[in-house]
Design a protein around this ligand. Structure first.
Ligand code: F6R
Length: 610
């Protein structure tokens, strides 16, 4: 949420920053801005996309140091004044901020009492004014003024600060919002996300909460808020430029949908041995005993990752025979805390930075639970703070609507459930071998689904202007129904609801008429008869049935106005295939409606505020 980039070196800073902001634009895109200086501070900023900011910079400048921001508004509507960077009263200091300053109102009142004037409605502007007021007491030390200011601040921040009296440094600080230093040769970058620095260096230092760093062209120094000096590990980035570019696709989302066979192959590689019927997840080998002895498993996540969590619940309960609760991380963090020793929490997150998921995991660990991460972004906060974990290896996901991360998360949860069940002896050898062998064939079957995706064109065109959609599924089809509905609403702005098919009778059935497209996910054999009855109930009310079935399910096909089939697969693995046509349906409809698929309104990838 919000992207931050900064540069200090010999290149033209604004060029490096604009490139970085373009790569980070998926994190927030309601306004953008940049500050740089060459003696005097220059600010360009405004409502709109980074491309508009780039136009403002035409004519050039030679500054070799600067900071930039792409915003997802929290306090204050997206307009030119509220855009970052924000400046101090003297106009010498500029800063960009990601996060929320919770006590900004009282700080603002105090600063106003001292004669400060404020221009924006943001919580961020107080930080600029506060740092300057503290700098006046010791004008030689910008870092110290930042540390003193942060000691007075409640809330979360990723901050980057420049000041014309300190022409050779950028000061950065982190609490609750990701920030890293890209260590180059004679140049340094800072960013909220590694994709902004990958073009320049593969050496990165991740800042942790409570750290402040002074970045110069040839060195960086990291300190605590109390000014203790720290030695930080330098990590090597495994991120290729190809992975973070569209590669000929009109949108990242479409590229990522079509990358799923590769993403799942990468996720399975070295972990699944179909010949031997074994699974090895190195990341949890140390904690197998604790995991299989757990009293219960709690899966905490948000959004699409929460939907993967429900697939996980069904898998763990049926294969491992341990009770599972799937919780919205945002609810869990404020509930009566009954999680403790003997419990295992699995946190699922693509970005590894979702604020609520991070808070839920911290609380569980504090209470003595073992916390396992299922994360995509290597080195992210969640990946670093869990006790153990398994990366999903889906590669960078840039489209705001999550696609390949969902299928890779489900793949990892399936691998975990089978491996743990084998370890605990709650799965027969025959069943384990069957699931492992079917899992091995998933990338090929995904490719078969993608190869016939044009079969969805007609139904996408027919229903592009429907005002509402209903998605129904049972068993493993239920989380897929939730996910299909979420994909449609977030990128096409059509109202959509996902429901367990039988639950429809308890309310939503009232919505069904001849205008209502009802997408049924009929990919699980053991609930097919019941699904057929639910479809009949919809048809009796003239609902329009669009079904996703496994090949050969003529019964459901015959009841449907439109049907799309996926290859046969074990019920447990069906979400990996049935979700793909729903992703494509949403994509097609959004494109037909002229929506910006990769940057849907009001959304941002990676929700790093509460
Ligand atoms: C939906 C989507 C969001 C995320 C949610 C959690 O397409 O992308 O619902 O799934 O914000 O994000 P992560 O997985 O990064 O924790």
């Amino acid at each position: 949420m919000c992207g931050i980039v900064g540069y200090i070196g010999d290149k033209r800073a604004s060029e490096v920053i604009i490139k970085g902001l373009k790569r980070l634009e998926y994190r927030g895109y309601d306004s953008a801005g940049i500050a740089y200086h060459n003696g005097t501070l220059e600010i360009k900023k405004g409502k709109g996309k980074v491309a508009k900011l780039e136009q403002m910079l035409e004519g050039g400048n030679s500054a070799k140091l600067g900071i930039g921001h792409t915003r997802w508004a929290t306090h204050g509507e997206p307009n030119d004044i509220n855009s970052h960077p924000h400046t101090s009263s003297s106009g010498k200091l500029a800063l960009v901020h990601n996060g929320i300053i919770e006590n900004y109102a009282s700080l603002k009142k105090m600063l106003e009492g001292n004669g400060c004037e404020f221009y924006s409605e943001t919580d961020t502007e107080v930080v600029a004014k506060l740092i300057e007021s503290l700098l006046e007491k010791d004008p030689k030390d910008l870092k110290k003024a930042v540390q003193l200011a942060l000691a007075q601040i409640d809330g979360t921040y990723g901050l980057a600060i420049i000041h014309t009296d300190f022409p050779e440094q950028i000061v950065v600080a982190r609490k609750g919002s990701p920030l890293l230093i890209g260590v180059g040769n004679g140049e340094m970058l800072i960013a909220s996300d590694a994709s902004a620095v990958a073009e320049y260096t593969d050496q990165v230092v991740y800042l942790d909460d409570g750290e402040v760093a002074v970045i110069k062209k040839d060195e960086y120094q990291v300190h605590t808020l109390d000014d203790d000096s720290l030695i930080k590990e330098v990590h090597e980035l495994a991120l290729s430029l190809e992975e973070i570019e569209k590669g000929g696709y009109p949108f990242f989302m479409l590229k990522e949908i079509f990358e799923q066979p590769k993403a799942i192959s990468d996720c399975l590689r070295g972990r699944l041995n179909a010949k031997e019927g074994t699974i090895t997840l190195g990341g949890i080998s140390r904690v197998m005993e604790q995991l299989t002895d757990a009293k219960r498993l709690i899966i905490a996540a948000c959004g699409t990752s929460w939907h993967s969590g429900i697939v996980g619940e069904y898998l763990f309960e049926s294969l491992l025979k341990i009770p599972v609760e799937v919780e919205y991380a945002s609810e869990l963090r404020y509930k009566e805390s009954l999680i403790g020793e003997g419990d295992v929490m699995i946190v699922v997150s693509q970005s590894g930075e979702t604020a609520d998921t991070l808070a839920a995991l911290r609380r569980a660990r504090k209470n003595g639970a073992l916390v396992i991460g299922v994360v995509n972004v290597v080195g992210s906060s969640i990946a670093r703070e869990t006790d153990a974990g398994v990366y999903i290896h889906a590669g960078p996901e840039i489209g705001v609507a999550s696609t390949k991360a969902f299928t890779a998360q489900v793949t990892v949860l399936t691998l975990m459930a089978i491996q743990l069940a084998q370890y605990k002896g709650t799965i027969s050898d025959e069943k384990a071998r069957k699931l492992i062998s079917e899992l091995d064939s998933i990338p090929k079957k995904m490719q078969q689904v993608l190869d016939k995706s044009s079969e969805l064109d007609q139904v996408s065109d027919l229903f592009s202007y429907a005002p509402n959609f209903l998605y129904l599924g049972r068993s493993f089809g239920f989380p897929v129904a939730l996910e299909g509905a979420l994909k449609l609403k977030e990128i096409s702005y059509i109202h959509a609801e996902g429901y367990p098919a039988a639950e429809m009778k308890h309310g939503p059935i009232a919505l069904i008429d001849e205008m209502m497209p009802v997408v049924v996910i009929a990919g699980t054999r053991h609930t097919n008869d019941k699904m057929v009855s639910n479809i009949e109930e919809v048809k009796a009310r003239k609902g329009r049935i669009i079904s996703i079935v496994t090949e050969g399910n003529e019964e459901v096909e015959n009841l449907s106005e439109f049907s799309f089939s996926v290859p046969e697969v074990a019920d447990e693995l069906s979400p990996l295939l049935t979700v793909i046509p729903l992703q494509i349906l949403s994509y097609n409809i959004a494109v037909n409606r002229g929506c910006n698929v990769d940057q849907p309104r009001n959304l941002a990838k990676s929700v790093t505020v509460e």
